[in-house]
Design a protein around this ligand. Structure first.
Ligand code: UGA
Length: 440
């Protein structure tokens, strides 16, 4: 199939490259000329494992191209994926101007029948509004070109985006007719068995995406609350996690307690779903709490550090391991490290940070007073405490004896529960995790 993908962020770029890998002819379009020029020069603007080789291979094979011109992108295309950003608007809802703009631009230049596929995360009703806007532009042009709007949300995670796309648990397709749904389903036939391609109506497909992210965020806030309670009553969250995660009805995934969720999706999508509820006259009480617990979780961890040092961090040197919102990415959007470092500086601490990949991105968003180390060990040199904020394997594999030796006072705040407390203790470190006993 000839396919266009509008938007070359995480979702758009991965979708485009993976569809090309499956044998389709793909043109990726972005209005950001700089991004397109980077891509045309073989530079991938984001850090994502495996994506650079995938893009290079498909460009070389002539199946993948990049352009900043809409007309060029959709010329001859049968399907167009809309994969532009839908960030949080001032009222907490999703900001949809970019997706509407892209759809209208398509309508202005399309010459032949098209399937518009809504890949971006958009509230229920967006596909119908896109349909209305495209029809209005076509009417204004005085042309009659058949088109459909299909909802096909993406469930890939940053850091494992390519494998998530190529080996999905399921594919959700929302269409107004079975025929057009089946047509889009064909795109995925090579990678997923037919029974795991779920055809449904468009509103349900839009809702599925939000419900999935909101449910995963709920699991995280839930386990964080239980972890906070474990701290107060002397239980260990890692034992409790095993204890409940082995129940197949609960499952082990997304039950890692820590500093809370960040990233470009969970915070935004939980807020947007709360807003959808409000607009529909329904208060989503669970999700309001999920959001609030997540906000508090960061603050609670900094309070532990302040408390440990007797109420003040004045003159303390704090080392920070990890800045990205999770390992495997350089994405700093809504990263817990931003709030944590802000609080540490406010309390008078001196902050030295290290992240294997995200430091260039971090420098753009963090306070200028933050110093950056060249590696994980030099980061803790002379430090009064080290905080693990992103569980990169590079940190978890460190020789903790060496770490303890380098520090002024050997204290490890393990805010991702990445280390074994006993291992830290044996290395001579004071260990403070999330919901864990210091010595198990
Ligand atoms: C999330 C979803 O997992 C994807 O399915 C979805 O497609 C994507 O959002 C999206 O909507 O685009 P992502 O934000 O890349 O993917 O990252 P996750 O791996 O889900 O992690 C989100 C946050 O939760 C991270 O800050 C992570 O550290 C935190 N987390 C995750 C926990 O605190 N505990 C856990 O057990 C799991």
């Amino acid at each position: 199939m000839d396919i266009a993908v509008i938007g070359t962020g995480y979702v758009g770029l991965v979708t485009g490259a993976c569809l090309a890998e499956l044998g389709h002819r793909v043109v990726c379009m972005d209005r950001d000329k700089e991004k397109i020029s980077l891509l045309n020069n073989g530079v991938i603007p984001i850090y994502e494992k495996g994506l650079d080789e995938l893009v290079a291979r498909n460009v070389a094979a002539g199946r993948l191209r990049f352009t900043d011109r809409m007309i060029e992108a959709i010329r001859g295309a049968e399907a167009v994926f809309l994969a532009v950003g839908t960030p949080t608007a001032a009222d907490g809802g999703a900001e949809l101007s970019m997706i509407f703009e892209a759809a209208e631009q398509i309508a202005m230049v399309m010459e032949s029948p098209l399937i518009l596929i809504q890949k971006s995360t958009c509230p229920v009703g967006t596909s119908v509004e896109i349909e209305r806007r495209v029809a209005a532009v076509l009417a204004k042009r005085g042309v009659q070109i058949p088109f459909h709007v299909v909802v096909n949300p993406e469930f890939l995670r940053e850091g494992t985006a390519v494998t998530d796309f190529m080996q999905p648990d399921r594919v959700v397709i929302g269409a107004d007719t079975a025929e057009v749904g089946e047509r889009v389903a064909m795109l995925y036939e090579k990678i997923v068995p037919k029974e795991r391609i779920l055809l449904m109506d468009r509103a349900s497909a839009e809702m599925t995406k939000y419900a999935a992210n909101a449910f995963l965020a709920t699991k995280i806030s839930f386990i964080n609350e239980i972890a906070n309670l474990c701290e107060l009553v002397g239980a260990d969250i890692e034992s409790v996690r095993r204890g409940i995660g082995t129940d197949t009805r609960i499952g082990p995934a997304f039950l890692a307690a820590g500093i809370g969720y960040g990233g470009s999706c969970f915070p935004k999508d939980v807020k947007a779903l709360i807003k959808t509820g409000k607009d529909a006259g329904y208060q989503l009480r669970i999700l309001e709490s999920v959001d609030e617990v997540n906000r508090q979780q960061r603050i609670r961890q900094v309070e532990k550090v302040i408390q440990h040092f007797g109420g003040s961090l004045e003159g303390k040197r704090i080392a920070v391991w990890g800045l990205a919102f999770k390992p495997g990415t350089d994405d700093m959007r809504e990263a817990p490290a931003i709030d944590v470092i802000h609080c540490l500086l406010r309390e008078g601490a001196e902050v030295v940070a290290y992240d294997p990949i995200a430091m260039p991105q971090a420098q753009r968003v963090l306070d200028q007073r933050v110093r950056y180390a060249s590696d994980a060990l030099s980061c803790v040199d002379g430090a009064d405490a080290v905080l693990l904020l992103t569980e990169w394997p590079e940190f978890l594999g460190l020789d903790l004896h060496l770490v303890a030796q380098k520090m002024a006072t050997p204290v490890l705040f393990d805010f991702r529960n990445g280390f074994s407390p006993n291992r830290a203790y044996e290395a001579g470190l004071t260990y403070i995790g999330v919901g864990r006993k210091t010595k198990v």
